[in-house]
Design a protein. Structure first.
Length: 360
């Protein structure tokens, strides 16, 4: 029995060392692997985005001026008042203009009365044709003078040419204004538009109805949406830019003409392979990625790149979707380096510690 036991122990001793040697080799390889962060090459919709700055303008905005001189007798508005088209804004003293219109009406009526009398006389052959023609001309002149007086009278009332909001008022009743003097501003704040410039080489990728995202520093927590309404047919010969316009409906009045907008234009999307930009490195003029195989070996792989949005880069050729590339730690490895995913190791550590405690 003793001989058998000793023999068994010797045999066990011969078997154990190879297993221990294998474990040591694996642990040594794991220890030699450099910790890096890995990312998967993903096939996703990709479209280049253009960013531009543009100014906000009102579709209708005007500084109303007086077409006649006179004293302000009525000012039925206040600062930043919402008014309707045709609403009275400023009234000037129009008594003399009304008197001139009354005089013109009287002269027109008298000339028309005389014309009727002359027609009857002419029908009786009691009046020459020339006198009748002269009186008809007088009626036409009187009608024109009456129309002119009516137009002049209308100049003493300044009304809103469209729905909008008045500006800050600096006028007072009793103030004398000159012809051509600015009275008040009127702005339609509901219908706005934005003009901005884009490089002309994107012309083939732009079209009306293309969606836009708009952001404003004055409203940092809000995003507005619009679309391209028109593209200028002419390209600026100096900058080689083309002017683009977007309509913006503003019923709540949050925006104001004069604001500066940051505009994001999304071009047509396509399915493309995407990697983190941090994974890309260069050797001369060529771009490379470290592609990690199933054994954890990093292989320097030349790739052809497309567009980038800063954080992500489009890969046109060189790696398939699903491949794993080194996205952090690129500078500390080289072709053929053995690597391990630092994020995966960090996740496994607590679980591994729990296994060790259980084994104890």
């Amino acid at each position: 029995m003793k001989l058998t036991l000793v023999t068994g122990l010797l045999i066990a001793g011969l078997i154990v060392p190879p297993i221990s040697k294998v474990n040591a080799t694996q642990l040594s390889a794991s220890a030699r692997a450099l910790p890096v962060e890995l990312s998967e090459v993903k096939s996703s919709p990709w479209g280049e985005s253009l960013v531009a700055l543009g100014n906000v303008y009102a579709r209708h905005q005007v500084a109303l001026v007086s077409q006649v001189e006179g004293v302000i007798t009525g000012l039925p508005i206040h600062d930043t008042q919402t008014v309707n088209q045709g609403q009275l804004l400023v009234q000037l003293d129009d008594r003399q203009a009304k008197a001139l219109l009354t005089q013109a009406d009287a002269q027109l009526n008298e000339d028309k009365r005389l014309l009727k009398e002359m027609v009857r006389l002419h029908e009786r052959n009691s009046l020459p044709e020339s006198s009748l023609l002269t009186q008809r001309a007088k009626v036409q002149i009187s009608q024109a003078q009456r129309d002119s007086a009516a137009v002049t009278l209308s100049y003493y009332q300044t009304t809103a040419p469209f729905d909008g909001v008045t500006g800050l008022n600096t006028l007072t009743e009793g103030q004398y204004v000159q012809r051509g003097e600015s009275l008040i501003t009127l702005t339609d704040v509901e219908r706005l538009y934005i003009d901005f410039n884009l490089p002309s080489h994107y012309l083939s990728q732009l079209n009306t109805k293309q969606k836009l995202e708009l952001r404003f520093n004055a409203l940092p927590d809000m995003v507005f949406f619009s679309e391209i309404s028109s593209i200028d047919p002419q390209i600026d010969q100096q900058s080689r830019n083309l002017k683009v316009r977007a309509e913006l409906f503003n019923p709540e009045g949050l925006l104001r003409p004069g604001l500066l907008a940051q505009i994001n234009v999304s071009l047509e999307q396509e399915i493309a392979n995407i990697v983190p930009t941090s994974a890309v490195f260069y050797r001369g003029a060529n771009a490379y990625l470290y592609v990690v195989d199933e054994n954890g070996v990093a292989r320097q792989t030349e790739v052809t790149l497309g567009n980038t949005d800063g954080a992500l880069t489009q890969v046109l050729a060189g790696v398939p979707p699903g491949a794993h590339v080194v996205s952090a730690g690129v500078g500390k490895i080289s072709h053929g380096s053995l690597v391990k995913d630092a994020n995966r190791v960090a996740k496994l550590k607590p679980e591994a510690q729990g296994d060790d405690d259980a084994s104890l």
